[in-house]
Design a binder for this molecule. Structure first.
Ligand code: MGD
Ligand code: MGD
Ligand code: SF4
Ligand code: MO
Length: 890
């Protein structure tokens, strides 16, 4: 991080995950930005993970969309906004309000989201606004509403530290909520009696701190928690007083939960009877239990039932809303919760109200002075894009999300967007897989430029503050929406001039005619002015007008939001996981890696973050790999009836047999064919409409390549003519993995074209006839322009060393030949694949330190600094130490 002489500090909030860490950003006189954790923020107390620590590296203007565009040509704001307003108004006039739609995002700020929802539901008069939270949190929302009568997260982060048993199911906390994971790891280290159970088909890095890892069969969760409920009843661990005072439908839920006996539960969960008994006994005997869950629960055809199976167990034991106790839905995006608060989902209304309740509709309509509110829910994401495909939706505005990458059946989504008569995309980047099909592109302000609020997983509302000037003509998302609202003739309702005014209105609505019957109430801020908004400290909701400042948990003493104040047990049936067929024998599971964020539009800019896992991959169990004839580092083709990808094999016993895991991040900007959602079937949960992104039937086979390649280049390549390519940012340039199915003979010509090498520059070459390896390096004076390493097998070149050659001078001819040979000199060992991205420490450096006697994570940290900043890589370092010591003992 650059040292700054005169610096200006701004307190803001990390734009990545739902932990919602406080960040202090400093801008130096030279414009350089530094970030560090905010020691006073109650989410992180100064900590940041690898992504948060690398924020400053993602703020450059490369690839930014800086001006509005219409049909690919630069346009003025007036022209672009007029066009959007006209086309939306015309479609509404000709085909009705349901012929238009907004598809928005949990990465919008609350103020943006509020205006989007107000415009669509209040003034356009359709509920066709849905959000990527449909793919993320909607099963939790549906489960909460069924059980509690409102979408309420009862607990706080502190509960994870106070609990004696923390269950993490369908959550890779170590990689996806790293700072919360660190808080948990610290609490466990200080209270070793605390138990952690991880329930995940894969042995993730999160399992590293677990006392018990249950490698559950895909979608076995409902059976597991149903079995738990039955066990709790039989063992007398239930809280009869709580059940009779505060709940309903217990008998029905217990009956459903008792459907399977222990051997049947073992079959349904893929666990042994002993594992089940041990887990059930822990829950039975330990009172302070927190059950955290995330996408392994939500993203399923039975996601809502899974949520209720978990909530049932906490309700039955009265372990909810008390310190160290409760179910805890971990939200993904920085403002997933804010989006729920403003009613960004097609089936919700603003301020946690219900679209199908006439009283709520009437209340919101009066508050907004709106002409009419839609009486029925709008289309949920997957259905919305079906309606785009079949022409029902004729004008679509996509904001802060990249559906061509992230929605299931992604190729069909792309085709639908391409064929839609009018598509508006608001983004910070000009070139994304979605933006390339827009008729109108609107440049949005990004993190560090925009102002507003976000709500994290524990209901804490924090400010995101601008510390950078708006680049080009980029404008805030809320402003774009309000301008279109004004141009559509709804001027009075969209007269806001600042995010502070929007927030005040949102806060006022939350308290409007709210006699305590609605959980979401922040009316204490209904009269907030700009100055107080600028100074707003992080606070937890609810915060009703007149009440003392509070940090609250919900439901310890009942007080649920169903009309009778009681919670509902929900009888849920354990669905058996879909049996694999001969044609599609594998279950594909998809998710996240530590250092990338979704479709990589921001983390893909950081060389450090891209160095951790530099290409798309599939985790496959060794026996499966052997069966299909794939070795580690070979390429694999995975297919479903919907689409196909080519990714690198990562053979590992962490993966269960017959299961594959592919990350969701890679897309057409970073790889030839790795958009995994092209394979995901568009099947959804019947209650929430959330897609089942974690359980997809597929087949897998080796991808036959006649040559494999690795290349580095100083400039971004123009076009890579290869059957497989994956590109990643590297210090001083780019690195890429390549594979070729067809024989190519003119490799020099190939390089000239790919890397724009001028004709007068001749390569230094090296061929090994026995191994069939070929190396080419192009220098401009002492500077390496590009190097290509080719082999008939996966290339075994010292990659990080090769990358580092882009940044060193090659005045010495011998050094140039070393590049062509692809071998570092003895004085410059290859650091190996990056493990610690904060200090760019590679696996070879860590194994060397272990050989030198560093046999603990702390000792490695002391010698190399690895793992001592954000700590996200500590589990991997521990794994490397174990592997090295085990190998040495053999
Ligand atoms: N590094 C990083 N962090 C992120 C994000 C990111 O892109 N990158 N995105 C953020 C967002 S929006 C979200 S929603 C969260 C997601 O956070 P998580 O939900 O923790 O992440 P995922 O990797 O999607 O899935 C979690 C785990 O569910 C497991 N799983 C799959 N099927 C099942 C099942 O049937 N049962 C159980 N019990 N487990 C199963 C998977 O193997 C996986 O390890 O992460 C947030 N944080
Ligand atoms: N197979 C599979 N698919 C999945 C998942 C999975 O686990 N497996 N997870 C699902 C989940 S949980 C989620 S949350 C989604 C995420 O999927 P997406 O929402 O599609 O992913 P992002 O890359 O976060 O897209 C955000 C877009 O907004 C842009 N952007 C960034 N900041 C701003 C801003 O301030 N304003 C505007 N207007 N634009 C901005 C970015 O450049 C980017 O194009 O993916 C879902 N899809
Ligand atoms: S855990 Fe990491 S990504 Fe999540 S908010 Fe904190 S710093 Fe950002
Ligand atoms: Mo998400």
């Amino acid at each position: 991080m650059p040292e700054l002489v005169h610096e200006k500090s701004t307190k803001t909030t990390c734009p990545y995950c739902g932990v919602g860490c406080g960040v202090i950003a400093r801008v130096g006189d030279d414009g350089a930005v530094g970030v560090k954790g905010d020691p006073e923020h109650p989410a992180n107390f100064g900590r940041l993970c690898s992504k948060g620590s690398a924020l400053a590296e993602t703020l450059d203007l490369d690839g930014r969309l800086l001006y509005p565009e219409i049909g690919g040509r630069r346009a003025g704001w007036d022209e672009a906004l007029d066009l959007v307003a006209t086309r939306f108004s015309r479609s509404i006039a000709e085909h009705g309000p349901d012929s238009v739609a907004f598809y928005v995002s949990g990465q919008l700020l609350t103020e943006d989201y509020y205006i989007a929802n107000k415009l669509m539901k209040g003034f356009i008069g359709s509920a066709n606004i849905d959000t990527n939270s449909r793919l993320c949190m909607s099963s939790s929302v549906a489960g909460h509403r069924r059980a509690f009568g409102a979408d309420t997260v009862p607990g706080t982060y502190e509960d994870l530290e106070l609990a004696d048993l923390v269950i993490l199911t369908g959550s890779n906390l170590a990689w996806c909520h790293p700072v919360l994971h660190q808080r948990l790891a610290v609490a466990k280290a200080s209270r070793p009696e605390m138990k952690v159970v991880v329930i995940d088909p894969r042995r993730t890095m999160t399992a590293d701190i677990a006392d018990m890892h249950l490698a559950i069969a895909p979608d076995g969760d409902t059976a597991l928690f149903n079995g738990l409920l039955a066990h709790l009843v039989r063992s007398g661990a239930v809280d009869q007083n709580y059940i009779s005072a505060h709940t309903k439908n217990f008998v029905e839920a217990f009956a459903a939960a008792s459907a399977l006996d222990l051997p049947e539960l073992a079959t349904a969960t893929g666990l042994t009877q002993a594992e089940l008994r041990d887990f059930y006994r822990l829950f039975e005997t330990i009172e302070k239990v927190v059950t955290c869950y995330s996408q392994g629960v939500n993203q399923s055809v039975g996601g809502t039932d899974k949520v209720n199976a978990i909530l049932n167990c906490h309700l039955a034991t009265g372990r909810i809303g008390r310190p160290g106790m409760g179910p805890f839905s971990l939200t993904g995006q920085p403002n997933a919760m804010g989006g729920r608060e403003v009613g960004g989902l097609a089936n919700m209304l603003a301020a946690h109200m219900d679209i199908d309740q006439p009283l709520h509709r009437d209340l919101v309509q009066r508050f907004w002075g709106a002409p009419a509110l839609p009486a029925k829910p709008g289309l949920k994401a997957v259905d919305m894009f079906r309606a785009v495909a079949d022409g029902r939706i004729k004008a679509l505005w996509i904001m802060a999300t990249n559906p061509v990458v992230s929605l299931p059946d992604a190729d069909a989504v792309e085709a639908a967007i391409k064929n839609c008569p009018f598509v508006v995309v608001s983004d910070i980047l000009r070139e994304t897989d979605t933006a390339r099909h827009a008729h109108v592109l609107l440049p949005s302000l990004g993190w560090g430029e925009k102002d507003g609020t976000v709500t994290n997983s524990e209901r804490r509302i924090s400010r995101q503050r601008a510390f950078l000037a708006a680049p080009g003509e980029a404008r805030a998302d809320w402003w774009q929406l309000a301008e279109v609202g004004r141009r559509m003739g709804f001027g009075q309702a969209f007269a806001h001039t600042s995010p502070a005014e929007v927030f005040a209105e949102h806060a006022a609505l939350s308290g409007f005619e709210n006699d305590g019957g609605r959980d979401f109430d922040i009316s204490a801020h209904a009269a907030i002015d700009r100055e107080s908004y600028d100074d707003l400290l992080p606070f937890q909701w609810p915060q009703p007008n007149g009440a003392a400042r509070q940090e609250k948990r919900f439901f310890a003493d009942g007080g649920f939001y169903h009309p009778d104040g009681r919670a509902r047990f929900v009888a849920v049936e354990a669905r058996m996981a879909k049996a694999a067929s001969d044609a599609l024998p594998f279950t594909l599971n998809t998710g996240r890696v530590r250092d990338h964020w979704h479709t990589m539009t921001r983390t893909g800019k950081s060389a450090r973050l891209s160095g951790h896992l530099a290409e798309p991959f599939v985790e496959i169990h060794p026996r499966d790999a052997q069966e299909i004839g794939v070795a580690d580092a070979d390429l694999v083709m995975i297919e479903s009836p919907y689409g196909r990808v080519i990714v690198r094999a990562l053979v590992t016993e962490r993966q269960a047999e017959r299961n594959l895991f592919v990350p969701m991040h890679w897309n057409d900007q970073f790889a030839a064919k790795a958009r995994i959602d092209a394979l995901v079937a568009p099947v959804t949960d019947p209650y929430s409409g959330q897609p089942a992104s974690k359980n997809v039937a597929v087949r897998a086979a080796p991808f036959a390549a006649s040559a494999y390649g690795f290349a580095v280049s100083a400039e971004k390549p123009v076009a890579l003519d290869a059957s497989y390519w994956a590109i990643a940012k590297a210090d001083g340039g780019w690195r890429m993995e390549l594979a070729f199915a067809d024989d190519e003979s003119d490799w020099i010509g190939w390089c000239r074209q790919a890397f724009s090498i001028p004709a007068e520059i001749e390569p230094i070459g090296y061929t090994d006839r026995t191994s069939g390896e070929l190396r080419l390096a192009f220098f401009d004076e002492d500077r390496l322009l590009a190097a290509l390493f080719l082999s008939p097998r996966p290339v075994a070149v010292a990659r990080n060393w090769a990358v580092s050659q882009l940044s060193v001078s090659h005045a010495n001819l011998g050094k140039r030949f070393a590049v062509a040979a692809g071998r570092p000199g003895a004085d410059k060992p290859d650091p190996g694949a990056t493990v610690c991205s904060c200090f760019s420490i590679g696996v070879n450096q860590i194994t060397a330190a272990i050989r030198d006697g560093c046999h603990s994570v702390e000792a490695v940290g002391e010698k190399l600094s690895a793992g001592t900043n954000c700590g996200s890589c500590r589990a991997e370092i521990r794994g490397i130490i174990h592997a090295c010591l085990a190998a040495a003992a053999e």
